[in-house]
Design a protein around this ligand. Sequence first.
Ligand SMILES: Cc1ncc(COP(=O)(O)O)c(C=O)c1O
Length: 384
Amino acid sequence: MKKEIPSKQTLIVHDVHDERHHGAVTFPIYQNSLFTFPGMDEYERASADHLNRHLYTRGNNPTVNELEKKLAMLEGAEKARCFASGMAAISAAILSAVRSGDHILCVDQAYGPARAFMGTYLNKFQIETSFVDGTSLDAVRAAIRPNTTLLYLESPSSLFFQLQDISACAGIAHEAGALVLIDNTWSTPMYQNPLALGADLVIHSITKYISGHSDALGGFIAGKADLMDRIFQNEFSLIGGIMTAQSAALVMRGLRTLPVRMKQHQASGLLIAQYLEGLPFIRRVLHPGLLSHPQHELSQRQMSGFSSLLSFETDISLERMKAWAGHLTLFRIGVSWGGYESLALVHAASSQEGGSYVRLYIGLEEPEDIRADLQAAFDAIGAT
Ligand SMILES: Cc1ncc(COP(=O)(O)O)c(C=O)c1O
């Protein structure tokens, strides 16, 4: 009988019995900066195979490696490497793909600091970045230049939840000899696997859903072994923005429940998005799982689920919506997302019509309580 490939949920939860650690059920925290050897011969053998052996924790650390193995399996990658933050992973992955004189094409909705890194910081190395509407394949095709070596995607984007057609974009980039790097943080590896759609490297902010408890920072890059080994030898080891063993253990604890948390986030996020869509004073709700999302059909093709960061635009003024946020009792005001707690941020709408724009992160509270909290705040400002 054909052996079933274990589901992602089982891969995350199940570890084999390991006699090296006396059968310890959780992987031990290797709290050491270096590894020593009984003699020079053993040291030299390890040193010659430094990609795989343990010499120094700013290289391989067994606790971090254990997490990297799980993350690689989840993304369907040959290898993954963990970093101190999502931005450490993003900057390392970008630097691995460019040299002076190159051009980067980046979607205009990418995460702000990633855009700043490419669009401003890298200018001092004579690397130019242009930004493109990633929803238009024609625009992407037209913006590729002879010296484009990297196409940077983020799908869905984390502010306006726009998607890019990953396999079509990868086709365009590869034809031009450019690599495709994608930020997959919104979907998590549970709901989208861009490498299978043609991307070369995928990055995540582990800080969000993967760690899931607002108590750890991290990032990872995953991809083919040759690209990942080059990153290990260069940006990973030379810049040194690595994840510590303590963080890796904390992230591993969060990761164990990612599949069950994501099911709840998906259900709660959709429930709140649909509730908001039914309110007469709300102009539009941005969530790829809604039938009204302009790219809903694409989401069905390349994603297998949805997370719970969404936004809406309303006719209500910024002042009144700031007051609305003050009436929320279950939502806290703050950046980031992916933890257990619901969060809200209110901004001025960017559209001509004025009004305000609200980003909501739907946490793990009872969804009916969240809906009631939002409604009570609308009632309190007389919106209904
Ligand atoms: C979509 C996205 N990518 C990357 C990052 C960067 O991750 P980190 O904050 O872990 O550096 C963030 C952080 O908010 C993000 O929202």
